[in-house]
Write a protein that binds this ligand. Structure first.
Ligand code: DC
Length: 226
């Protein structure tokens, strides 16, 4: 299937399978995939390790903002790195998941991540997933998808994913973390998670990845005539 040079923005709730779907799209249409959540998670790991966020999630905003200037956070070889250290596994832990939403409320952190995403996405044929890609980072994206699914199904998927990586995953903890993140992400002052007016909703509670890809191909054929 032919697809023009466009930006595809995928936003939605935590653990709706945004990144899995984005990776499949990237592979299917030879697009570059950018995981914006990984950058927020990378900043969070950096904040934890350098004492910019406390156990009760109090953030030293001036300290963190100043330190971001020298933070070499980037994607390489399909993973997330700080300098030459691969942080891909650490940023998926519950320790990071429990602090990433508060960190993502900080305006300076959002500016830092937005700048990187716009830099990486300055060329087209990019599929990016996050919470505010279609509303704030790339409001002119040609195709915007807003993903949602039943919270229990999402928690089960996240727990399975963690177990597959050998991490501990208690369903109640995972569900609580997910609901907390949904709440904070949707209620923060700067760039809250909202559906862009021109986004198409995808509820994948009962869809396989293949179903979702077929759904997307239908939309592309309709929108872009190929
Ligand atoms: O997609 P994810 O679960 O890896 O994202 C982790 C957190 O990062 C999520 O709880 C909110 C934040 N985030 C954000 O605020 N804006 C984005 N574009 C992507 C993620």
């Amino acid at each position: 299937m032919l697809i023009p040079d466009i930006i595809i923005a995928i936003d939605g709730y935590s653990s709706t399978g945004k990144s899995s779907f984005a990776k499949i799209i990237a592979n299917e249409f030879s697009f570059l995939y950018l995981d914006s959540g990984a950058l927020y998670r990378g900043v969070t790991l950096f904040a934890i390790e350098n004492g910019f966020i406390s156990d009760d999630n109090t953030i030293n905003v001036p300290g963190l903002s100043g330190a971001l200037e020298n933070l070499d956070l980037h994607f390489a070889a399909g993973g997330t790195f700080i300098g030459d250290r691969c942080i891909e596994n650490e940023i998926r832990s519950l320790a990071v998941a429990g602090k990433v939403s508060p960190i993502a409320t900080v305006a300076e952190v959002r500016n830092f991540v937005d700048r990187k995403l716009r830099e990486f996405g300055s060329r087209k044929r990019v599929v990016m997933d996050g919470r505010d890609i279609g509303t704030t980072v790339f409001p002119d994206a040609e195709l915007k998808i807003f993903m949602t699914a039943d919270p229990l199904i999402r928690a089960q998927r996240r727990a399975d994913e963690m177990k597959a990586k050998g991490m501990e995953a208690d369903m109640e903890d995972v569900l609580r973390n997910l609901q907390e993140r949904d709440y904070i992400d949707s209620h923060r002052e700067v760039s809250p998670l909202t559906q862009a007016e021109d986004a198409i909703v995808l509820d994948n509670s009962h869809m396989t990845m293949q179903d979702q890809l077929e759904w997307l191909k239908g939309i592309i054929a309709e929108r872009f005539g190929c």
